[in-house]
Ligand binder design. Structure first.
Ligand code: TYD
Ligand code: MG
Length: 459
């Protein structure tokens, strides 16, 4: 692409070692790693920096931490409760939020709803590089949103967007999406690592200088990472991920990084024909509604941020033909392999000639180890083709020595399960509540083999 005269030169620098070359190459000439050279803007040479440094000597002000007034940031709630919960209470002035998620999951819908809710009182701007003004207007009409004062800019050129932000000075600006933007200082195509990184860095700089809150939309690659090898996650203040099965109507929004609040707090929405609606009492939405108890199903109480969620874990164990397969959806595949080894060594249950599939119902992703015991018992139930007793919940981490370790906030999990009508809980002994919880019988175990043994008694 021809570069207009006078614009800065670009270099290619290695993401691994930082070395730079003038031309793109497949392999970094310095560290020898492949595919790490990324285009970036060449910095102006630091002419006479030594001299300037001496002249400036002592001008940088160093503070004592305790002298700096640490006031709480003013939060601007968006008025969409579940979104505010994931943000840690609301948007922060000058903060940069990145929202990632699969295409079609509802990012544009949520942000249009949020800006519309803010627009009567606050000055907001929606920058769209993906959809035309007409498409957005049609969506707003379909969602019956009050958009009288919502400003819209359909633009993909970074320099023009920056100029617009500086003249309009909105309180909140949405950039949908960061992958469509391009800066004319770089010759790479929009969506390339270099462009995404440069555009995000420039927008972040503007946010910090002007106090505009910037919300960036980012698409996720097939592997589940935000395009641009996580570069964006380092630049921004808050990273939220949209999760959920596009076939079900529920959507989770989860904070994975938040400089202004807790992480792993989630917001739960349902996608309706009127856009995303918050689900304020989500604990039971990930239970599938079987009429009767079926083999291979076990209900886990997981803790997401400050809220317990009940999630059905399903396992299918079936005779393997050839290499046995291990497949997980919403759970860690490495951990499944470890759990199968523990099951073999400590409870004497073998699966090496079986395919094992494990699924967390509803497209929810579970990262906490407290899911281990539920996964194990679902596998045992499927292998033996016997349903677990009805109204049973399970949680607890499993160690390599076969021990069952406690999960954080055990009491809260038990209370939530009791509230939803579960009557029995198979949990780590260390989580046994000192005072009985009304309506729920606790079966406390210390080891995996004990847990499997207690199941037989319960049948
Ligand atoms: P969208 O916000 O465009 O997704 P993203 O910006 O993350 O790519 O969401 C589009 C999907 O949401 C689309 O498949 C249709 C669905 N949808 C509804 O079900 N109801 C609605 O009111 C809207 C606006 C969208
Ligand atoms: Mg979109």
């Amino acid at each position: 692409m021809a570069r207009p005269g006078g614009s800065p030169k670009t270099v290619f620098s290695c993401c691994e070692c930082g070395a730079s070359t003038a031309k793109w190459q497949g392999q970094c000439p310095d560290c020898g790693v492949w595919n790490t050279l990324v285009e970036s803007i060449a910095e102006a040479p630091a002419v006479g920096s030594q001299r300037r440094f001496a002249a400036l000597g002592g001008t940088a002000v160093v503070h004592t931490l305790s002298d700096i007034e640490a006031r709480e940031e003013d939060r601007l709630p968006t008025g969409i409760g579940e979104f505010d919960r994931a943000l840690g209470g609301g948007l922060v002035s000058g903060g940069v939020v990145l929202i990632g998620g699969d295409p079609g999951i509802g990012k544009s819908t949520l942000l249009l709803q949020a800006l519309a809710a803010l627009s009567p009182v606050h000055h907001v701007l929606y920058v769209s590089g993906e959809e035309s003004g007409q498409q957005i207007a049609m969506r707003a009409r379909r969602l019956a949103l009050e958009t009288g004062k919502l400003k819209l800019l359909a633009e993909i050129n970074l320099e023009k967007i920056l100029a617009a932000l500086l003249t309009l000075r909105p309180q909140v600006a949405v950039i949908d999406s960061i992958q469509t933007l391009w800066s004319d200082q770089l010759s790479s195509a929009p969506g390339s690592v270099a462009q995404v990184r440069e555009c995000a860095a420039q927008l972040t700089r503007l946010a910090k200088q002007s106090g505009v809150t910037v919300i960036l939309v980012g698409h996720v690659t097939k592997e589940g990472a935000l395009a641009g090898p996580r570069v964006l996650e380092h630049i921004v203040d808050t990273v939220l991920y949209f999760e959920g099965d596009t076939h079900s109507s529920f959507r989770l929004i989860r904070a994975v990084k938040n400089r202004y609040g807790a992480v792993n707090e989630i917001g739960v929405f349902a996608m309706t024909d009127r856009g995303l609606k918050g689900v304020s009492n989500p604990s039971a939405i990930f239970l599938s509604q079987h009429g009767t108890d079926v083999p291979g199903s076990c209900v886990l109480v997981t803790q997401e941020g400050t809220r317990p969620l009940l999630v059905e874990i399903q396992a299918l164990v079936d005779q393997a033909h050839g290499n046995p397969r291990r497949l997980t959806v919403g759970l860690d595949a490495q951990r499944l392999a470890m759990l199968l080894a523990v099951l073999h060594r400590h409870a004497g249950i073998v699966c090496f000639d079986q395919d094992v599939f494990v699924n967390a119902v509803g497209g929810v992703k579970i990262a906490e180890p407290a899911a281990d015991l539920a996964v194990l018992l679902a596998i045992v139930s499927s292998l033996k083709n016997r349903a677990l007793p009805g109204k049973l919940i399970v949680f607890g981490e499993v160690g390599l020595a076969g021990e069952v370790r406690p999960a954080p906030r055990g009491q809260e999990r038990l209370r939530e399960a009791a509230k939803l009508g579960f009557t029995r809980a198979l949990i780590p002994e260390a989580n046994q509540p000192r005072q009985a919880i009304a309506g729920i019988e606790v079966i406390a175990v210390r080891r995996v083999e004990e847990a499997v043994g207690r199941l037989r008694e319960l049948e």
